[in-house]
Design a protein around this ligand. Structure first.
Ligand SMILES: C[S@@+](CC[C@H](N)C(=O)[O-])C[C@H]1O[C@@H](n2cnc3c(N)ncnc32)[C@H](O)[C@@H]1O
Length: 209
């Protein structure tokens, strides 16, 4: 169970990180149902890469032609050994993780295989996201808890998320914190509260108006 010493918070649900990813980030964005060739996902907080791997598993199962495009913003990249150790708790995800772990061990931040074009943009998302030229069809908002990592949930950053969302694009997050929901609403999203995962009563989904 990886826990950040810097933020004093776990990287994913203590209950079951892979099931949490599927509930919050995939189902919360209407995935895999919305997958089409060229679909682009962006994420705040790459962490262990578990969300990327869960999405890749879903992409392969959906049989969409061409690569999944995935861009994640991460300020404090994990050590490769710590990533490998964390992912071993999820054999299904670890089974597809070799290209990620090999790239990570070399310090590479791009993974290009037949069915995956991923890039991890290193640095504080408050600085890197405004400069990013892309627009995502779906966002995974996965900072540490808003109480412990408020800078990754600020109204200014939510406005940047909206500015980097494609028409009809969506976002999902495990939190239902009021200031996050307000930030997303002010940024131009239609925000909905949904049943959360595990012990969390609610989570948030959003669609660009
Ligand atoms: C809950 S973890 C993400 C878990 C991850 N999605 C996974 O699949 O393992 C939150 C991540 O946000 C990163 N983070 C925190 N503040 C950040 C910032 N200002 N800019 C970019 N990343 C940040 C942390 O280093 C951490 O890796």
């Amino acid at each position: 169970m990886p826990v950040s010493v810097r933020f004093d918070d776990p990287y994913f649900s203590i209950a079951d990180g892979l099931a949490e990813t599927r509930h919050v980030f995939l189902a919360g964005n209407g995935l895999p149902g919305r997958f089409v060739p060229g679909f682009h996902i962006a994420e705040l907080g790459f962490g262990t890469g578990l969300n990327l791997l869960a999405t890749l598993i879903a992409w392969r199962a959906a049989g969409v032609p061409g690569p999944l495009r995935f861009t994640s913003f991460e300020a404090f990249p994990m050590a490769p050994e710590a990533m490998d150790r964390a992912l071993r708790a999820f054999p299904e995800a670890r089974a597809v993780a070799d290209p990620l772990i090999a790239a990570w061990a070399e310090g590479a931040r791009r993974i290009e295989t037949d069915d995956l074009h991923a890039e991890i943009v290193e640095g504080d998302a408050r600085e890197t996201l405004p400069r990013w030229p892309g627009r995502a069809d779906a966002w995974f908002l996965d900072g540490f808890s808003p109480a412990k990592n408020p800078e990754l949930w600020s109204p200014e950053l939510m406005a940047e998320v909206a500015r980097h969302t494609a028409p009809n694009g969506t976002a999902a997050t495990y939190t239902a914190a009021g200031f996050v929901r307000r930030g997303l609403t002010e940024a131009g999203f239609e925000v909905t509260r949904q049943p959360g995962f595990g012990r969390k009563r609610h989570m948030t989904t959003a669609r660009l108006r």
